[in-house]
Design a binder for this molecule. Structure first.
Ligand SMILES: C[S@@+](CC[C@H](N)C(=O)[O-])C[C@H]1O[C@@H](n2cnc3c(N)ncnc32)[C@H](O)[C@@H]1O
Length: 301
């Protein structure tokens, strides 16, 4: 969970942040929930920082939000951290609406859906968006994983550490002039140039800019700081990149094919359950699977 704990503790607001995707998600949640007009009891499972609650935008509802990670308290919801999607801490039949966006598939998805059905009242709706193996989100995740892998395989990180140590603390003009004369430093600088120009060809422009900004920070902007402080800063940035890669890998292993979803729905089939699912598309391409389960009250059967 470290990759998610770290993410939510660093003020992330949503797992999927691109503006076009956010618009598609907002449209989906508003359209699908607009017919709920009275005050209802709702829970967002694997809520992260409450992106779904924000999209639905009904602060007057009684909201709960749960997640396995250490999520921050949410503005309009009772927030419970450390909760597996397949083991919710609620008694049966409490909620009119159970929602989840890119969350149930991180748990045992069939068990998480059964759990959502258990905590739903008769006539409750369970509505989820689930990662699709072929979505534009999964395609981007594959690129991101490869990018960070290329960075990890390059010598850039270790060369920056060597440069920080070799430079020491630079405060005065004289320190700076002395550095420029040092052959060992020049040799390291040349090796870094070679490593960076190889990396530039392998990774996306966005990640490359991020790496350059990190280098600029520890080699130039923070020059007057002690070596240990700059090393720590650099290592924290490298560690963040690794966690970013782990989140993307986690997402890719959670993503479902159409056949996976069919099989899961088949396993759920019950007499008092209506199951619908489909694909959420945006102008940019496929965004996700959507799944809606409706518990039918026995007297209506
Ligand atoms: C892709 S994020 C989605 C978060 C949020 N719903 C959103 O759309 O911004 C996946 C979330 O699932 C949570 N998670 C991972 N495994 C889980 C599990 N077994 N049970 C509950 N939550 C889990 C993670 O902590 C993370 O917050």
């Amino acid at each position: 969970m470290k990759q998610w704990d770290n993410y939510w503790q660093n003020q992330a607001v949503a797992a999927v942040n691109e503006p076009q995707l956010q618009r598609a998600l907002a449209r989906f949640w508003r359209q699908r929930t607009q017919h709920f007009d009275k005050v209802i009891y709702a829970v967002d499972v694997a809520s992260g920082h409450g992106d779904v609650i924000r999209h639905i935008d009904r602060p007057q509802w009684h909201w709960a939000a749960t997640d396995l990670a250490s999520i921050p308290a949410q503005q309009h919801a009772i927030t419970l951290a450390g909760i597996d999607a397949a083991q919710q801490p609620f008694s049966s039949g409490q909620f009119d609406l159970v929602v989840s966006q890119f969350g149930l598939e991180y748990a045992d998805v069939a068990a998480a859906l059964q759990e959502a059905l258990r905590i739903g009242r008769p006539n409750a709706t369970i509505l989820a968006l689930l990662h699709h193996t072929d979505s534009i989100i999964s395609q981007q995740a594959r690129i991101d994983v490869m990018d960070v892998q290329h960075f990890a395989n390059s010598k850039v990180a270790s060369l920056i550490e060597a440069l920080i140590e070799e430079m020491g603390v630079v405060v005065t003009e004289a320190d700076f002039a002395a550095l420029e004369q040092r052959h060992s430093l020049q040799a390291l600088g040349q090796q870094l140039d070679v490593a960076l120009s190889a990396l530039r060809k392998q990774i996306s422009a966005g990640l490359f800019r991020l790496v350059l900004a990190g280098i600029e920070r520890v080699l130039n902007e923070q020059m007057a700081q002690p070596v240990s402080v700059r090393l720590e800063l650099w290592r924290a940035g490298v560690q963040d990149l690794q966690l970013f890669r782990e989140r993307n890998q986690h997402q890719l292993s959670a993503a479902l094919t159409a056949a996976d979803l069919q099989r899961i729905c088949h396993g759920l089939s019950a007499d008092n359950l209506h199951i619908e699912h489909g694909l959420l598309q945006s102008e940019e391409g496929l965004v996700a699977h959507w799944l809606q389960l409706t518990k039918i009250e026995p007297k209506h059967l």
